[in-house]
Design a protein around this ligand. Structure first.
Ligand code: FUB
Length: 309
């Protein structure tokens, strides 16, 4: 871990969009961006693809931060499979949220039983290290990709899934929940129509990213495996009903997956994603990129192009 490593890229303004020197992390392969704004700093939690991987080889979760979206500090490993005594593979796409003067890292990984499960890491500081909060999975139904947000009324919601999309209401301790995991009804009106896949009639595939902005509930997700694009739906409550809103980022490039993360920071909006743009890049050696964008006046999201792939 090189605590002093700073990565930089330049931003060139162009009609409300910014072209970054993507990928923003060029020292290791990273995937599944999970940005969070805390103390006027962007903390970018990331998955880590091991060099030379020809299948998913992912053992730890990484952290980078920036106060200007130009210079990035590398904090190295903040959580790993060895953090969870019950897990043995697949350190996949997670998300961190602050509450109770602590930080909670929801992440999927493979249980020693063989099923994918969602665990929770907890830390007193955002930079970790994160410890296993429970000593067992929070939820285990062989689905992946948790995303979390806290509504204005203080209720925290955890969503996850591939091929389905589930949610639970987290309790205020953030490490337990009320009721049972509930499957969202994936209607074509809510999540778009996919052609040629009777088992998956809607475009939803995986990688949900849930948040609330100006009274609207956004569900951004990877769609249409297996050359994923990024699409989204808007709800009138945390549980819908959802209205399908279309494509944000078309498919393209050397990675067959993509994965969204969206923040507002210092008056601008940023869309994080991944592709295979670094030398040696592929679907298993991916790289995180970012694009600045502006919401349309009705809250919809414009089409966003990859500036490298
Ligand atoms: O990185 C492993 C998996 O690939 C993630 O969990 C999915 O979202 C896809 O990006």
């Amino acid at each position: 871990v090189n605590q002093a490593l700073w990565l930089s890229f330049s931003l060139i303004g162009r009609r409300g969009l910014v072209k970054a020197d993507n990928p923003i992390i060029q020292t290791i392969y990273t995937a599944d961006p999970a940005p969070v704004v805390y103390n006027n700093t962007v903390y970018l939690f990331a998955d880590h693809d091991e060099d030379g991987s020809t299948t998913y080889t992912m053992k730890d979760w990484r952290l980078f931060s920036s106060t200007d979206m130009v210079n990035w500090q590398d904090y190295g490993v903040v959580m790993s499979l060895s953090t969870f005594s019950w897990a043995n593979a697949n350190a996949w796409a997670g998300q961190v949220i602050a509450r109770n003067n602590k930080f909670y890292y929801y992440a999927p990984m493979r249980h020693t039983t063989g099923s994918m499960a969602v665990g929770v890491g907890v830390s007193d500081t955002i930079t970790g290290p994160y410890k296993d909060a429970l000593g067992k999975p929070l939820v285990e139904n062989n689905e992946i990709d948790p995303t979390v947000f806290i509504d204005d009324d203080g209720q925290a919601w955890l969503y996850w899934g591939n091929p389905d999309l589930y949610y639970v209401k987290l309790n205020s301790d953030m490490i337990s929940y009320s009721g049972s995991p509930t499957k969202i009804n994936l209607t074509t009106a809510g999540f778009g129509t996919r052609s040629g896949n009777a088992q998956r009639p809607t475009t939803f595939e995986e990688g949900p990213w849930a948040y609330k902005r100006s009274g609207k509930y956004y569900m951004i997700y990877a769609a249409n495996c297996c050359s994923e694009d990024i699409r989204y739906s808007i709800g009138t409550s945390p549980t819908g009903p959802w209205t399908y809103e279309g494509v944000i980022m078309p498919a393209g490039g050397k990675s067959f997956t993509n994965h969204p993360g969206i923040i507002d920071f210092q008056g601008n909006s940023y869309f994080f994603y991944h592709n295979g743009a670094l030398p040696g890049g592929s679907g298993y050696t991916r790289s995180i990129c970012v694009e600045k964008f502006t919401y349309n006046s009705d809250g919809t999201i414009p089409s966003i192009a990859q500036t490298s792939n």
